[in-house]
Design a binder for this molecule. Sequence first.
Ligand SMILES: NC(=O)c1ccc[n+]([C@@H]2O[C@H](COP(=O)([O-])OP(=O)(O)OC[C@H]3O[C@@H](n4cnc5c(N)ncnc54)[C@H](OP(=O)(O)O)[C@@H]3O)[C@@H](O)[C@H]2O)c1
Length: 222
Amino acid sequence: MSDDRPSLAIVGGTGALGSGLATRWAAAGYPVILGSRSAEKAEAAAREIAAANGAPAVRGLDNAAAAQAGDIVVVAVPFSNHDAVLDEIETAVAGKIVIDATVPLIPPKVATVQLPPHGSVAQATQRRLGDGVRVVSAFQNVAAHKLREGTAIDCDVLVCGNAKEARDAVIALIEAIGLRGIDAGPIANSVAAEALTSILIGINRRYKADGAGLRITGLAGS
Ligand SMILES: NC(=O)c1ccc[n+]([C@@H]2O[C@H](COP(=O)([O-])OP(=O)(O)OC[C@H]3O[C@@H](n4cnc5c(N)ncnc54)[C@H](OP(=O)(O)O)[C@@H]3O)[C@@H](O)[C@H]2O)c1
């Protein structure tokens, strides 16, 4: 059933966002590999997701081995650890699509936009990994706990990347888990998606919302 589907490695796959995405993709029939600093921790998290979903095609490895094993690699780690993770996976992701969901949140002021001096996380990832890697940014504005819950999520996902075919591939992965991916253009535009996360966190606090999301209106079918 999943033969024609790419395998998806999630670096930081034991975390809130990574495990949420893994749960959804596993339920949709994609082979999923969770990455962690600890292979044992990844294996345990994979067993939990597999058992909950009746989806045996979930396994766990250390981050570098997971990145090596996946056709497409997702990076879902705290900003503070992002550079170190890129060091770990750089060789393994050569020639692949890398989906970067990392948001430049700097505690304690996570509801204030604090973009890195070099522009955005995803742009830095593209520069760091080079043109042989197609970096696509996505998922910065999706509440992780809603992915785990498995119910419908009322939001769109902005998708940025320099290669249109890579953006399209990521949009297909987003649609596979019941969300709408919006082609938001080149990787330079990721700065907007990354900044919006702090705004949504602030909205959640001020309005006591359980995971505010974004909707793009005015599109055919929306
Ligand atoms: N949570 C959300 O709702 C959400 C939504 C959109 C985007 N994001 C972004 O997605 C990324 C991941 O978010 P998250 O909430 O999933 O994060 P998280 O649960 O705090 O961390 C994800 C994983 O990263 C590893 N990790 C945590 N702290 C680390 C450290 N200091 N050094 C090295 N590795 C560390 C851990 O994996 P191991 O211990 O297994 O190595 C952890 O399971 C962040 O950039 C976040 O801003 C989050």
